[in-house]
Write a protein that binds this ligand. Structure first.
Ligand SMILES: Cc1ncc(C[n+]2csc(CCOP(=O)(O)OP(=O)(O)O)c2C)c(N)n1
Length: 260
């Protein structure tokens, strides 16, 4: 087991849920990486934003790229080095606003890498503007009149775009650990949305208490229609219960093998 910590000072707000994501990711990777040779088999990519600082806190090779360009960077890495295990990290602004066109096509391509979206429902680093997943009625300094447009449903978007692994968890290190372990076993693009309330600009709406695990229900993750139904249960505005876990998983040819 290798310690993947770095000497970089962690500048997330104290108690930020990003710490939970970092801990979950570290737990999985530190168990897998036993030597320097193992460490060289992994690469990470992050965008721009609070989430992106995770790049500085993991002692792994990779690229801290431009805002919204995590996915083409991961894809390029997989084209050049299909043997690498690549993990991308984005915020919801990074993934669903700046990088949206990449997201749809990446799901369609099914390149064999993993993608974690830290969804805090705001552009946090730039102090709280709404993103495509901010709920109707959200008010902030830049939008005192409140958000009027309905949010995107990323789980439905990923299902419709052809993603082969579609999951959502809450920002709890154990949930992140569990889902990343499953994603790493998956051959193809794995989309993982992490509900990560921003303690400063988008306070927790009690999400954790409302979550329930799909694994503990009769949910059949190979059934597209069931996955779609589950995806409709939570849309950021209606918050009765929030399914977490793997919504959908299927097998499809992998980009690197199809386009040689
Ligand atoms: C192309 C580009 N557009 C805008 C910005 C300004 N910017 C920097 S961080 C940021 C917000 C990032 O929000 P998100 O991706 O949700 O990540 P978070 O900070 O919430 O983790 C923005 C808009 C930028 N750096 N580059």
């Amino acid at each position: 087991m290798t310690n993947l910590s770095t000497s970089a000072k962690i500048t997330w707000c104290p108690k930020c849920y990003n710490f939970q994501i970092l801990e979950g990711v570290k737990k999985v990777l530190e168990r897998k990486i036993k030597s320097e040779k193992d460490r060289q088999k992994y690469a990470i990519v992050s965008g721009i934003g609070c989430h992106a600082k995770i790049f500085d806190y993991l002692n792994l090779n990779g690229i801290n790229t431009l805002h919204g360009r995590v996915l083409p960077m991961c894809l390029g890495m997989k084209i050049a080095r299909p043997d690498l295990t690549v993990i991308g990290f984005s915020g919801d602004g990074d993934a669903y606003a700046e990088g949206m066109e990449h997201l749809i096509h990446t799901a369609r391509y099914n390149s064999n890498f993993k993608y974690i979206v830290h969804n805090n429902q705001v552009f946090a680093l730039t102090v709280g503007q709404p993103t495509p997943t901010t709920e109707i009625g959200f008010k902030g300094k830049t939008i005192p009149q409140g958000v009027k447009l309905p949010p995107l449903n990323p789980i439905k978007l990923m299902l419709a775009s052809g993603a082969t692994f579609v999951a959502r968890v809450f920002a709890d290190s154990k949930q992140v650990e569990y889902v990343l372990k499953q994603a790493l076993k998956h051959k193809g693009f794995a989309f993982i949305e992490v509900l990560q309330p921003c303690i400063i600009f988008h306070p927790d709406a009690g999400y954790k208490e409302k979550t329930y695990s799909l694994e503990k229900t009769k949910h059949d993750k190979s059934n597209f229609r069931q996955a779609w139904k589950k995806a409709e249960e939570f849309d950021y505005n209606t918050i009765k219960k929030i399914p977490v876990g793997i919504f959908y998983q299927t097998k499809k040819p992998v980009f690197e093998e199809v386009v040689k």
